[in-house]
Design a protein around this ligand. Structure first.
Ligand code: ARG
Ligand code: ZN
Length: 875
């Protein structure tokens, strides 16, 4: 039942225009579709097979004549018409669907009384019979009819061309989108909505109306999103020369949404979590996500909509590229170094485990059972890294030339990864033949580096070897083209000028080396003193790196590296080494190390007044328990990891308490709250200090956290204090959680924070708390944000409790996967991803986890979504 890339064939028929008339009704929405079609001259003829699911078919008309039921066949997935006239024809269907009963949140559904759609990847077939594939591009006209009281606002893609009143309290609106598009970019929204409005004038003078629609009452939470939208529009003009192309750009925020947001042409639909923000309800992190996701969806207008994908195997063509673009936008708006650290953290925590586990797949997969399972960290984040590597290899100017050529060649088309690489290769003048393997080979390459100094010859040699372990279906890998930025840091802590063998004179202080063979040697000349190499600066390739650097080298680099990413990386490597050694010591009863160098580094970082506080906050944080587990990789003992990390954190807090207290005081932000990067950075550092101080053995930090909670005048500080207290078994914990609940119980987004803070508490009670919160009025399994806040965060961000030795955490999550699958398969399959790394744990846990996976795989009537994840995870 798998769909294969190699089976791609163009559609037998083309659709030139679509007119939809949609009469909204919660139980039976009537859709009258009129398709102007013709045989595809390229491939043409034969039976016409339209996709359609969960539809009731009432009528089919060909060129105006009603077809008798024996002129076509219908089953649960298709409408097939065997005989059609040659050339052009008009096909009409009348169907009904039921938005109210649609709990899967794909197709047309109701979210808190608002009609909305989600069509990517294959939701349009739940609205009407259609060629629901991205290479079928058509011009859409959509007429929406609804009760004026229920749905005073009626929206679809493009421009509003007509509206008016009808008999018996109904009204209509007609929208026309002049840009041909695939059905997955269709959107319809209707309901009682308020809005905020602004204007944007494009570089070439087009006046664009900007509107954000929200549930009435939330208009005061849209200002930041609107500003972020304008920044995104300006940035895309400046950085990529891309302008907006319609007279109106609309965003709608809804509270039930399967993912973050959706780039429908001219009418983005967002999870309201990524629109609504006010200083007292949203954290700095929320603000940053809003800015990034607004940008991401807006950037899709060119990378995704104007140039779309030929088929779903090409998903990375729009997603990887658009993530790369939004990362660059954020780097320009905020701290580039902190953004890079955050992105690499995400890559390592989500993409690496995927790539190294049973669900490994190439950035461009070649087979899928359910396409919705392929909106993955590999397609998105690793996909973005591939674009970034090309950018690194050719530099910004040539990259821009390549992108310009890509848009020039493929505007208005449904393109492939090959098209993209060809345009980049021609425009940026680079041979990407070997590079292309990154798109087809799954797995994380490992690069082994050994550096050697020859004092007599004054040379420094880096020997590099790449290996990539086998992944499902791919036993052998060909070598990758890996760009590796390196520097050599002299004993004085300064970068040396680099002169490779065969070069006349030294060049830059950071060089990008091209590793293309399995093993390669790079030799630098005129190296007067023994350096410490700084490898993979800026994380120029999505690989794991091991080298012959020693602990003292990391101590040196975390104090001196001029590359901020590698400075952070050195500190993380030092701390991980220490933690892994202590985990071993706990297991064998050996002696634990205190690791004074990390405390020393913290002292130095905190004393450096020139350092960006946001970056300083990153420097002082210990690697997460999940990160340590991943580095250990097998027979992972979650309890020992938890103990080692907690103990080290307390020891560090005790060692540098005065420094932490001083900075905690100094970083206090005066004046009214502003979400800008500078203030947010100060709060991040201050809250990182609190995160240590709260755990001082003398208990003094608890009062501090409680006071922080009481004194907070914004959500960032309030939640930081609550998050700390939730991990300490004291009176103040209960009080803070109750106070927070009373204050925010009317606010569904803030309640999500309250749920996830309890779900991720490392206290032993977390599992029981999750169980009882499942019955709390603040929770409902029908809302994906609630599921993610309570269940997903427990399963993915509470390692020590989810992996409780008795298997109770596994049993609970498996039970919820099954319950959810009956309602919303996409969200259920996502949640099941929590089991993907099951093979890295100890034997007892492996067997407990595999038993739950088997229970799910064997359950009756499970969805294709959950079946694919369960069976592949077990395989
Ligand atoms: N295209 C959307 C975005 O990245 C996400 C759509 C996800 N769709 C899905 N079926 N999971 O912005
Ligand atoms: Zn996207």
């Amino acid at each position: 039942r798998a769909v294969l890339l190699k089976d791609y064939a163009p559609p037998a028929y083309l659709i030139d225009t679509v007119s939809l008339e949609v009469e909204l009704d919660p139980a039976a929405t009537r859709v009258h579709s009129k398709l102007k079609m013709r045989t595809n001259p390229a491939s043409g003829g034969g039976p016409l097979v339209l996709d359609g699911e969960k539809l009731t078919l009432h009528e089919v008309r060909l060129n105006g004549e009603t077809l008798s039921p024996n002129a076509y066949q219908v089953d649960g997935r298709h409408l097939t018409i065997p005989d059609l006239p040659a050339g052009e024809f008009t096909l009409e269907t009348v169907t009904t669907c039921g938005p109210e009963a649609n709990t899967a949140l794909t197709g047309l559904y109701l979210s808190s009384g608002i009609y909305c759609t989600q069509c990517e990847a294959q939701g349009f077939r739940r609205i009407t019979y259609y060629l629901d594939r991205p290479d079928a591009m058509a011009v859409f006209t959509t007429r929406i009819v609804a009760d004026e009281k229920v749905a005073p606002v009626l929206l679809s893609n493009g421009n509003l061309v007509k509206e008016g009143k009808l008999a018996s309290g109904k009204h209509f609106a007609e929208w026309h989108d002049p840009f041909p598009k695939p059905a997955y970019l269709f959107a319809l929204v209707a309901g009682r909505l308020g809005h905020v409005e602004d204007k944007f004038v494009t570089k070439s003078g087009r006046k664009v109306t900007l509107r954000i629609f929200v549930e009435p009452g939330n208009e005061d939470r849209c200002a930041y999103a609107l500003e972020a939208l304008k920044r995104s529009m300006r940035w895309d003009e400046e950085a990529f020369g891309r302008e907006y192309d319609l007279d109106i750009f609309m965003i709608v925020a809804v509270s039930s949404f399967n993912m973050g947001a959706m780039e429908n042409k001219g009418l983005n639909v967002f999870n309201d979590k990524y629109i609504l923000a006010r200083p007292d309800t949203a954290t700095d992190t929320d603000y940053a996500s809003i800015e990034a996701i607004i940008a991401h969806e807006y950037f899709h207008n060119w990378t995704g909509n104007r140039v779309t994908c030929r088929d779903w195997f090409q998903l990375c063509l729009k997603e990887g590229l658009t993530v790369f673009r939004d990362q660059e936008f954020t780097s320009d708006m905020r701290s580039r170094a902190v953004k890079r650290i955050a992105d690499v953290r995400l890559l390592r925590s989500h993409q690496f485990p995927e790539d190294q586990g049973p669900l490994a797949h190439p950035v461009r997969p070649d087979s899928y059972i359910e396409i919705n399972n392929f909106y993955t960290a590999t397609v998105y984040e690793k996909g973005a890294e591939l674009c970034r590597m090309i950018h690194t290899l050719v530099g910004p100017k040539r990259f821009r030339k390549g992108m310009d050529l890509y848009f020039e060649r493929h505007d208005g088309e449904a393109a492939t990864v090959e098209d993209f690489l060809q345009a980049l290769s021609d425009g940026a003048k680079i041979d990407l033949t070997q590079f292309k393997r990154w798109y087809s080979q799954s797995g994380t390459p490992e690069v082994l580096v050994s550096g050697r100094y020859d004092s007599a010859r004054e040379t420094y040699t880096l020997k590099m070897t790449q290996v990539c372990a086998a992944t499902p279906g791919q036993p052998v890998k060909e070598p990758y083209h890996i760009p590796i930025a390196v520097g050599l840091v002299g004993p004085d802590g300064k970068d040396m000028a680099l002169q490779l063998d065969g070069e006349e004179k030294p060049h830059a202080k950071t060089r990008v080396l091209n590793l293309t063979e399995r093993t390669q040697t790079f030799r630098f000349r005129n190296v007067a003193e023994k350096p410490v190499p700084s490898l993979l600066r800026g994380f120029t390739a999505p690989v794991t790196l091991s080298s012959n650097l020693k602990e003292r080298d990391y101590v040196f680099l975390m104090a001196n590296d001029s590359d901020p990413f590698n400075r952070w990386e050195a500190a993380q490597r030092y701390a991980s080494g220490l933690l892994i050694a202590n985990v071993e010591a706990i297991r064998t009863g050996g002696k634990r190390r205190r690791g004074t160098a990390f405390a020393e580094m913290i002292r130095k970082v905190l004393a450096d007044k020139k350092l960006d506080p946001d970056f300083a906050a990153q420097m002082i944080l210990l690697p997460s328990e999940q990160a340590i587990a991943q580095m250990i990789g097998k027979d992972v003992d979650v309890d020992a990891i938890h103990e080692a990390r907690e103990t080290l954190r307390i020891a560090i807090a005790a060692d540098v308490r005065d420094d932490l207290k001083r900075i905690y005081e100094r970083m206090k932000v005066d004046g009214p709250y502003s979400p800008d990067a500078e203030d947010a950075g100060r709060r991040a550092l201050r809250n990182a200090c609190l995160g240590y101080l709260a755990f001082l053995p003398d208990g003094s930090g608890v009062e501090m956290a409680a006071a922080h909670f009481d004194g907070a005048d914004n959500m960032t500080d309030q939640i930081a204090a609550l998050g700390v207290l939730a991990n300490i078994d004291v009176q103040e914990r209960t009080r803070a959680l109750e106070t927070f609940y009373e204050q925010w119980k009317g606010d569904h987004l803030v309640m999500d924070k309250w749920l996830s803070i309890q779900a991720t508490s490392s206290l032993p009670r977390a599992l029981d708390d999750v169980k009882s919160l499942l019955h709390h009025p603040a929770f409902t399994i029908r809302n994906p944000n609630k599921v993610r806040a309570l269940i997903t965060s427990f399963a993915t961000a509470n390692q020590v409790r989810f992996h409780a030795a008795d298997g109770a955490g596994y049993a609970l999550v498996a039970e919820k996967v099954l319950e959810l699958d009956a309602l919303n398969p996409q969200v259920a399959a996502r949640l099941l991803g929590a089991f993907k790394s099951w093979r890295q744990f100890d034997r007892k846990r492996r067997s407990l986890m595999s038993r739950q996976l088997e229970r799910i795989a064997g359950a009756e009537g499970i969805s294709r979504d959950v079946y694919e994840i369960a069976s592949k995870t077990l395989a």
